[in-house]
Design a binder for this molecule. Sequence first.
Ligand SMILES: O=C(O)CCC(=O)C(=O)O
Ligand SMILES: [Fe+2]
Length: 681
Amino acid sequence: MSVRDLLRERVYELLGQRAYQAFHRGYLRGRVQSHTHVGDTARYTPIQYLPPDNNHTDLVSSDINLSSPRGTNLCPNSFDPVILGDDRLKDIEASDWRKVDGVAIDSCAPYLPALREFHSVDVYSSGCVVITGDGRLVHHQSIASSWLMRSIRLSKMLSNILYTAVNLFLLCMLQAWTNAEFYSAIAQMEPLLETQKQIIEGLDKYVTREKKRIAVLTSHLQVHKAEYERAMEDIPDYLGDPVNVFKLIKRLTIDLAEIDYNIIVGAANIRNMAVKREDLKYPTTDDLAGAAQALTRLQNIYRLDVRDLADGVLSGFQGRPLTAADCFDITRTLYNNTDYNNTLAWSMEALRKFKEESNIEHTMTESEIMEYIIFSHFYIGDVKSALEWSNKLLELDPDHPEARNNILRFEETIKEQEQENRTEKKQSSDVEMISYSTKLKYNALCRDEKKIPSEITKRLRCRYLMEHHPFLRLAPIKVEQVYIQPDVYVFHEVISDEEIESIKNLSLPRLQRALVERETGKREKAYYRVSQSAWVNSTESEAIARLSWRVADMTGLSMQSAEPLQVGNYGIGGQYDPHYDFSQDFSEGVGNRIATVMFYMSDVALGGATVFTELGLSVFPIKHAALFWMNLLPSGEGDRATLHAGCPVLRGSKWVAINWLHEVGQELLKPCSLDYQEEKN
Ligand SMILES: O=C(O)CCC(=O)C(=O)O
Ligand SMILES: [Fe+2]
């Protein structure tokens, strides 16, 4: 097949009947080009087919991008045929240069769909030259320019829509935020994986679209640069060539329109991304703060090295290391929480990792990390170190806008401090609810470091409980005594897998951040109780009703005044600081909480012990078991030896179900066939 035949065939294929006729009528000349594909952008290198009689063959751009803005390559093949014959050029020069009044045809239609959509003219195609329905050739600048105008209007419209979409999105998120908290319960985290899945899918599509778009823009950029360089070599010579003039105009009209269109498409892509998010659940900055605090809690209680944590090592478990960006995000969150000691530790890690990750493009800079180091030093009260780091910062970034001022400020502060002979240590804003010695005991017990005295351990017994119900004669309960006076028991295998599942399922949709009662009587969130809980009633499910009977059998107490079952789930770092279960005020109605029965509905891979700080007792969760103790002395007064806590979960998820039994109904009963603990003097 001759090149000309090939050309004819391609013209027909690409441009359809009308163009084919035009071609035959001699309106079209062309040349076949070889091509290579770079991504989605085809680059064209002319091969020789130059009709000997035609002096204007160079009019064809040799570097045209054929990708459509919507990502479909409308012209995947190597054809770029719109060449004006001499006679047609004359036509154009004479009159119709800027007029379009019919059907346009040419080689390639990068923004054909847009033209179709935004123009009432039936545009078949577009390009540097169009052939009108009656066979006239016109430069289609008029299409391009009116389209440009529309693009501007459209882009304004799009940005308005985008703005509204973002607002809507934020509104929806706000609505979701009002009742959702994620970090405080592992069970709440699962929907976030669905969110992540949706983000992956949306982002994947978005990135693919954007890559195509950027490829188009990149290709334009390259053409612009190359032509500009060529022009700069000899401007009069370049502009003296009419072909160059034409091409320059073309680039600044049609090509520019395409560039503009691609930018608008980018905005539309973003809008589509945002809209998809409405139905999903998103954590908030409070969750981020909670998760960062959880990490520092684990660090403090389990004596974890920040460096280990940053490298993903959790008490010997090798997990995923954190990146410099992760460490920096933790740094910022802690700083916002005014936790300057931990900010310092994490900013140092961020800096270390930043230097290690020299091959990664970071969104933060080394200077920014150093700023956090400087200010955490300053707020801790170590102004000398703040000064030292400010000097380092200035060395790194001599134009840093703040460094010099900070140095002056720190130098002055140091002088003042020396004069006053004092150093001001700023404290973290957290108010400790428990004494420092209790905190230390709590931490040690969480690490399982304390041992109960041998005079207690040697008296502890394990036995089968059979006496409270005839049924127990057939299936006695295994009771392990873990402390004496106050008596603390573990009942083994007292809740089945089916019961656990049914209770979890019932409570899952109701889980909410657990609250604590303030002195004012108001129930509020508190950093010292980080978990989520839900109340479930024995009338709601057979499993709960059964459990309630079992509690009565196990303890020998009445359930007459018991509270509904409280189901709790802890997230990573979730905990409950040392507290009493009894109320310290006079309790009316059903009386005070006389006893606690806590079912463990999960094992916990690491951490999560229930600890009694006054007793030196740590009980690690064993799935299917229940912990039982009496909170009140026989006098009805609260037993302060029952001060207890739930340690932070270091790895895994902790599920508990707690029954608090009240005084009313117990008058004639004795618990567990054992005596109340002795009243202490
Ligand atoms: O989770 C724990 O181990 C203790 C929980 C507790 O003491 C409570 O919820 O009152
Ligand atoms: Fe408790």
